[in-house]
Design a protein. Sequence first.
Length: 115
Amino acid sequence: MLFARTVLLVTASVAFGIAASLPIAHAQQATSLTVTYANGKFQLSALHAPANTPLALTVKNLDAKSMEFESASLRVETVIDAKSEGVIKLRPLKPGKYDFYDDFGGKAEGTLTVQ
């Protein structure tokens, strides 16, 4: 019994030593994008981003009323209050086109192209 505990302790110590010497995996840095909403429209309505990279999308609402940034393909639905901004964190995306729009006003539209 004592031998089994000793073997287990030595094995655990060796495993811990190996794990401690391995490099630590860092979280992948997010790509920052900004889109501005003014006068009921998106400024820079055509955004571009690299594929397979997390994204941090800042939405700046310069209008005097709230807007709702929505996208079924991005799986996002976020209200941005008047004269404020919000940051939407997006998962790494596959190449393609992802449409977004203002669900409150209905006229503002844009596209995120991921390559």
